[in-house]
Design a protein around this ligand. Structure first.
Ligand SMILES: Nc1ncnc2c1ncn2[C@@H]1O[C@H](COP(=O)(O)OP(=O)(O)OP(=O)(O)O)[C@@H](O)[C@H]1O
Ligand SMILES: [Mg+2]
Length: 245
C-alpha cells in the first residue's frame, strides 16, 4: 500500500472517530440539558412568586432579583436553543419586525454589556419591511451575534446595530448589521468560525454561529462577516423582503 493511500485511510479513520465523538457528546449534552430544564423552571416559578411581593422588598433586593431573573431567562434561552438545535422544533412563522426582535435580544444582553461597560447603540431606519420568520429562532440568531460581540471585549467597547432595507442584486433585502470594535477574528480563525465546536473562548461551546447559519439557511437568509484582528468585526444578515411594513 502506498504511503499516500495509507495516510488517506488514517485521515478517514480519524474523521470517523471524531464524528462519533461529536455524536456522543451531542447526545450527552442534550440529555444533560433536559435535566437542567426542570429545576430551572422551578427556579423561575419561585422567582415569579417572589416578584409578586416586589412592593414589600427593598430596592437593592429587587435589583438583585431582577438580575437573577434575567440570568435565568438567559439560561432558559440557551437550553432551548440547544435543544431546538438537536431536535427540529415546529416552526411558528409570522410576519415580524426585525427591529422588535432586535430590541428583545438587546434587552436580554444589556445587563451583561453594562457590567463590561460595553455600549450598545441601535440605528433603525423607518419602515423596515416585516419578514416572514419564526420569532424565537430570529431571537436566537440576534442573541448569538450580540453575545459574540459582547464577548469580544474584555473591557469597555462599542457595539452598533443597524436595521434598514436596501436593494441588493436587484432585490429589496431587509438588512441587519452588527459592528463591534472588539478583539476581531484572526485570519487563521476566519475560515473556522462557522464550524461546530470551534471556539476561541474558555467558556464557549462553539455552536452559536453554526446555529445561526442553520436557522438563516432555512429561511433563505444570508450571513456574512468581515473582521480585522484587534480592530473589530462586522456581521451582516440579509433577509428576503416581502414588501410588508
Ligand atoms: N464578534 C466577534 N468578535 C470576535 N470573535 C468572534 C465574533 N463572533 C464570533 N467570533 C469567533 O467565532 C468563534 C465561534 O463563535 P460561536 O458563536 O460559533 O461560538 P462561541 O461564541 O465560541 O460559543 P457559543 O456556542 O457559546 O456561542 C468564537 O469563539 C470567536 O472566536
Ligand atoms: Mg457564540
Amino acid at each position: 500500500m502506498s504511503l499516500l493511500i495509507s495516510r488517506h485511510i488514517y485521515t478517514m479513520k480519524d474523521d470517523i472517530i471524531q464524528k462519533n465523538k461529536l455524536l456522543v457528546l451531542g447526545k450527552l449534552t442534550a440529555s444533560l440539558l433536559h435535566e437542567i430544564r426542570n429545576p430551572l423552571t422551578a427556579v423561575k416559578l419561585n422567582l415569579d412568586f417572589i416578584k409578586m411581593h416586589k412592593s414589600d422588598l427593598p430596592d437593592d433586593i429587587n435589583n438583585s432579583l431582577d438580575d437573577c431573573y434575567k440570568g435565568v431567562l438567559n439560561i432558559q434561552n440557551l437550553v432551548e436553543q440547544f435543544l431546538g438545535f438537536s431536535k427540529k422544533s415546529p416552526d411558528r412563522e409570522e410576519y415580524i419586525s426585525v427591529c422588535d426582535v432586535s430590541d428583545a435580544a438587546i434587552d436580554l444582553v444589556k445587563q451583561r454589556a453594562n457590567k463590561l461597560k460595553v455600549k450598545i447603540e441601535k440605528f433603525y431606519s423607518d419602515n423596515v419591511p416585516k419578514i416572514y420568520f419564526d420569532r424565537k429562532k430570529l431571537l436566537q440568531v440576534f442573541l448569538n451575534l450580540i453575545n459574540n460581540s459582547v464577548d469580544s471585549f474584555t473591557d469597555e467597547g462599542s457595539i452598533k446595530i443597524y436595521a434598514y432595507n436596501a436593494a441588493e442584486n436587484g432585490k429589496i433585502k431587509v438588512c441587519w448589521d452588527i459592528h463591534d470594535n472588539g478583539c476581531g477574528i484572526s485570519p487563521e480563525d476566519q475560515s473556522k468560525i462557522f464550524e461546530d465546536f470551534f471556539t476561541s473562548k474558555n467558556e464557549g461551546i462553539g455552536l452559536g454561529l453554526g446555529l445561526c447559519k442553520t436557522i438563516l439557511n432555512e429561511y433563505n437568509a444570508e450571513i456574512s462577516f468581515t473582521s480585522e484582528a484587534n480592530k473589530g468585526t462586522i456581521f451582516r444578515v440579509r433577509f428576503n423582503s416581502n414588501g410588508l411594513s
